[in-house]
Ligand binder design. Structure first.
Ligand code: PNS
Length: 166
């Protein structure tokens, strides 16, 4: 439990396959709390993602281009090692409902055990977004349903391209 650094860097890790308005909401809330936020996409091809890491990064950079304190990157290996390499003292995660809590608690406590100086901070997404998940956005888009308002416009457009070729 050290001193507060002069500049607080937080990491917001995830799969972001794809980035949704729920993620965007958590990021926008966090910009008041941290000097720099590094949004970090997990490089894990075993999850059979819809979008490649490069595609996800490009979409997120576009959706976040007006947020000057937010950077977008990717990482492999342990999250705490990546966080330390970025000089981050905070891991940021969003919580939608109580069902998210158990998984988040396990990860936060494991990360604390691995790297006690890095603190996990949870933010609540706006309740209007609490039903949004990347998995459901993909499923609905894949079945031709309306996903407007669930993801940033450029992500919506990329989903339509993937599934409908338009
Ligand atoms: O968006 P997700 O899929 O819920 O994000 C999960 C993520 C990327 C935060 C988590 O899988 C992760 O941190 N993976 C990196 C590997 C790691 O550090 N594992 C041990 C910590 S529990």
């Amino acid at each position: 439990m050290g001193e507060k650094p002069a500049s607080v860097i937080a990491i917001y890790p995830g799969s972001f396959d794809p980035f949704t308005n729920g993620h965007l909401d958590v990021i926008e809330r966090s910009t008041h709390l941290f000097d720099t936020l590094v949004v970090a996409v997990l490089e894990n091809e075993s999850k059979r993602p819809l979008f490649s890491v490069a595609e996800r990064i490009a979409m997120m950079k576009e959706a976040l281009r007006d947020h000057s304190s937010v950077e977008v990157g990717s990482f492999g290996g342990l999250l705490v090692d990546y966080a330390a390499s970025q000089g981050a003292t905070v891991i940021l995660r969003g919580i939608r409902a109580i069902s998210d809590y158990e998984y988040e608690l396990q990860m936060a406590l494991m990360n604390r055990r691995l790297h006690p100086e890095i603190e996990t901070v949870f933010l609540l997404a706006n309740e209007a977004y609490s039903f949004i998940s990347s998995r459901l956005v993909k499923e609905v888009a894949g079945l031709g349903g309306d996903i407007s308002g669930l993801a940033p416009p450029n992500v919506e457009a990329e989903l339509k391209k993937k599934f409908q070729g338009v």
